[in-house]
Design a protein around this ligand. Structure first.
Ligand code: U5P
Length: 535
């Protein structure tokens, strides 16, 4: 690992490279001969990225640098939302008795707002798993509702909602509960509240919890309860800066909250009596709060840029009637007494402002790390041409399980091949019998062969189904594997593949690799090709 100090490296490896569950079962050896990396912490590459051409690395904060604990944080969002539904929007008080299973919903699901259904689909938008509230739809109902290919390209707003951030897990669960509740107690939900209306209420109430202090005040009081501590964030930021890259933060959170969360992540807790410490700013060149992503990524959108005075949180208008006159020029630094090591803090603005602040010449020199396909990754890559890395915390467990279940998965593939083979033989035999060119003795033999094949086929089909169900449930009891739907990539996986140049389970995995690494994707394979290494 070139370019990293020994202390930084030690701190990174202590956390990052420990075996999971005490088993060093799936260690990946770097082809560069550098180090072994636990498979759950690897950075996976969809599109070549040479870190040498990256001059600035940017980070989203919430659910990227700050990993919230869903069991406490999303529960808080859930409880706050229920209270708003009951006290502000007229939903019955019995909702207050409900409880939240934070592990039930997963990212990548799609809510059918009108029908009250929750769907998991593959990359062709074929709906493979469908629930109405918490009741699984029968295959017939599923096909009748979603089987029409013409319908398939319309799984989008406004009739559908995508559960594509971890922030959405609570609202998806509450939506399912409300659908069940309305079906069983039609008179108890507010008049005119159809499923879509209920979804709208839930969405608005969740959003309000994020904006009115319901959540943030609680997190500020006790960050440790809601956010995972991560001692490898500072070494990672140091490593990037030591390697000569500029670092920046672009978050939709406002300054006061950003400061609390970043203090916590960088090891400065309010209990140390330094709630207003700004030491963490030394790890960044620019911090943009209240960025209003994804709009931030469009530089044609005029958004005022304000500089933030860190101590008071006051905003200073940098526009002064001549937008960007000061921002673009290094000689015109604002005379802020609290400026730390050149790090400047802003609110609002757009990507054009950021590029000028960092003297970015080409957008392909920027790597941005985020957790939200739509909010962080899709727009920044598609609109702007930034290089992107998606943080998918679910991946760590998923790849561990893929490894653990390798024998079962192999078995599944074999059963699938066997099933296809038997089906082909059956068709062949049936066809020969139909053609009528065989004598009676041969026909009799063929009939008995057909019987044998049909019962064998049924046996294989059942074994395959059973193994598939077991495998599915090991990943998630209801929705199965995040990145797969049956044998196809899930819709979520398809989006990861299309929009994220890199993806990994945790942002700090960046520091397990050289900051100058050339990330290269594995070879693409079409069904007619074969992996040369597997023969
Ligand atoms: N947030 C909302 N409404 C939501 C979900 C999240 O306002 O429905 C807020 C979070 O509370 C956080 C910000 O302040 O958006 C996420 O910012 P980022 O760091 O991911 O950009």
């Amino acid at each position: 690992m070139d370019g990293i100090g020994a202390d930084t490296r030690a701190a990174l490896f202590e956390k990052g490279n420990g075996a999971i569950g005490g088993q060093r079962s799936c260690i990946w050896s770097s082809p560069e001969g550098g180090c072994d990396i636990v498979i759950g912490k690897q950075i996976f590459c969809n599109r070549s990225l040479n870190m040498k051409s990256i001059v600035a690395v940017g980070f989203d904060m919430d659910y990227t640098l700050a990993q919230y604990k869903p069991e406490t944080f999303e529960s808080l969002a859930y409880e706050g939302t229920v209270r708003k539904l009951v006290y502000d929007l007229g939903y019955p008080a019995e909702l207050l008795e409900w409880s939240f299973d934070w592990s039930y919903m997963v990212r990548g699901l799609v809510l059918d707002k009108k029908r009250g259904n929750i769907l998991k689909m593959d990359r062709h938008k074929y709906v493979k798993v469908a629930y109405h509230g918490f009741r699984e739809l029968s295959k017939e109902d599923k096909v009748a509702t979603y089987g029409n290919t013409l319908l398939r390209d319309s799984f989008d707003e406004p009739d559908y909602a995508l559960i594509d951030t971890l922030f959405s897990l609570a609202e998806a669960y509450l939506f399912a509960q409300l659908v069940d509740f309305k079906d069983k107690n039609p008179g108890k939900v507010p008049e005119d509240a159809d499923y879509s209306h209920m979804y709208k209420d839930v969405r608005a109430a969740v959003d309000l919890c994020h904006r009115d202090g319901t959540l943030k005040q609680m997190v500020a009081k006790d960050p440790k309860r809601y956010i995972n501590e991560d001692t490898s964030i500072v070494p990672m930021l140091k490593m990037l800066r030591e390697s000569g890259r500029a670092t920046f933060l672009v978050t939709n959170s406002l300054w006061d909250y950003t400061n609390i969360v970043m203090n916590f992540l960088c090891g400065l807790k309010p209990s140390d009596g330094c709630s207003s410490s700004f030491d963490w700013l030394q790890y960044f060149d620019v911090v943009i709060t209240g960025s209003a992503k994804p709009g931030f990524f469009h530089d044609e959108i005029r958004a005022n840029l304000f500089e933030v005075e860190p101590e008071s949180g006051m905003l200073i208008n940098t526009d002064n009637g001549t937008p960007m006159a000061q921002v673009g020029s290094t000689s015109l630094r604002l005379p802020l007494k609290s400026l730390r090591e050149g790090c400047r803090i802003f609110q609002g603005g757009n990507v054009g402002h950021l590029h000028k602040l960092l003297s970015i010449e080409s957008s392909s020199q920027v790597l941005y790390v985020g957790d939200h396909i739509y909010g962080d990754i899709l727009r920044s890559k598609k609109v702007l041409g930034w290089r992107t890395m998606l943080v998918v915390p679910e991946l760590e467990r998923e790849v561990e399980l893929l490894w653990q279940l390798k024998d079962t998965r192999k078995q599944l593939q074999l059963l699938r091949i066997q099933r296809d083979h038997i089906e082909d033989e059956i068709h062949h035999l049936k066809w020969s019998l139909k053609s009528g060119e065989t004598d009676d003795a041969s026909k009799e033999k063929m009939f008995s062969e057909l019987d044998k094949l049909q019962s064998q086929g049924e046996e294989v089909r059942l074994s395959h189904q059973q193994a598939q169900r077991e495998c599915h449930q090991k990943f998630h009891k209801v929705w199965g594997q995040l990145m797969k739907t049956g044998y196809q990539n899930s819709r979520f996986a398809h989006q990861v593949e299309r929009f994220a140049c890199l993806y990994t389970s945790q942002v700090t995995n960046l520091s397990l690799y050289s900051p100058d690494k050339y990330y290269r994707p594995s070879e693409d394979f079409m069904p007619h090709e074969f992996d040369i290494l597997s023969i």
